[in-house]
Design a protein around this ligand. Sequence first.
Ligand code: ATP
Ligand code: MG
Ligand code: FE
Length: 337
Amino acid sequence: TLILAIESSCDETAASVVKNGREILSNIISSQIALHTLYGGVVPEIASRKHIEKINQVIEEALKQAQVTLEDIDAVGVTYGPGLVGALLVGVAEAKAIAYAAKKPLVGVHHIEGHIAANYIEHPDLEPPFLCLVVSGGHTHLVHVEDYGKFKIIGRTRDDAAGEAFDKVARAIGLGYPGGPKIDKVSREGNPEAIVFPRAHIEEAPYDFSFSGVKSAVLNYINGCKMKGEEYSQADIAASFQKAVTDVLVGNAMHAVEEYGDRKFAIAGGVASNSALRAAMAEACKEKGVEFYYPSPIYCTDNAAMIGVAAYYEFMNGTRHGWDLNAVPNLKLGERV
Ligand code: ATP
Ligand code: MG
Ligand code: FE
């Protein structure tokens, strides 16, 4: 079974061909990062226009690299939410046009279901049920994956997503956009114990997260230094912030592992490529005797391969969308629209 998958929910225009749900025949990503760096973040209108410019070429490349034609494809999968509405619409319209013209079924995919499914690519042994921490630019969810396409969200952020916090702190300490990878890199030269930033715990909801406090603490720390005319170390702030965030993510996740009794734990989303988080999770899982799964960095950030994997399982479960499929910018995980 061959799936042609399309992803355009944010600032990556991507297409992929996936065989039997787990084998990636091609994975083409056209990133707009350089373009948005000029503005310090993603500009939605620019993102949409760039998707329109790139999408045909990205899809052609994906088919070519996989050495298949549209004839060979069994279904077209596409991210239809959540994300930027104008960006999503480009992928959805394109997927509908291709599926209609080639007379192939259309399968809409939830973007976060894709991030979770990225774990299946390099771990042929991984099957539900398992626990998954989704940490991306817009989401921080602790998810119990009960079956393919069946999820129970057991914890979520009350304010900023983990990736959002990385991006905001990076901007505040002058690292620029996108913040996550830059904080990851400069942290290696810093001392994670140099500054103690707050770790938020929500008493009545032990699996929920809050990152606005640590973000404010970093801003206050910098302002304090400036007011006193003191120098501050970018690397120490980055490392200490990263440690504070990592401690909370690992703490809540391991609490859930204990409570739910799963022997398998996975991470997903852009922040899952963070080296300190990966190392800390690996150690914590080892201590608990739990198998730890994580995708290669290229499958952590936005890509269409993960959408193809999720689309395959949706397709096998009978999911089909009509020509009225629309972009749903605030689509909830597990929701069928
Ligand atoms: P969502 O998936 O929630 O819709 P998104 O698609 O914008 O949001 P992703 O592409 O999954 O998010 O991830 C991008 C985020 O990951 C950004 O916030 C980025 O800073 C962060 N990120 C990427 N690499 C790293 C890293 N090495 N360390 C920390 N954060 C990282
Ligand atoms: Mg992106
Ligand atoms: Fe994403």
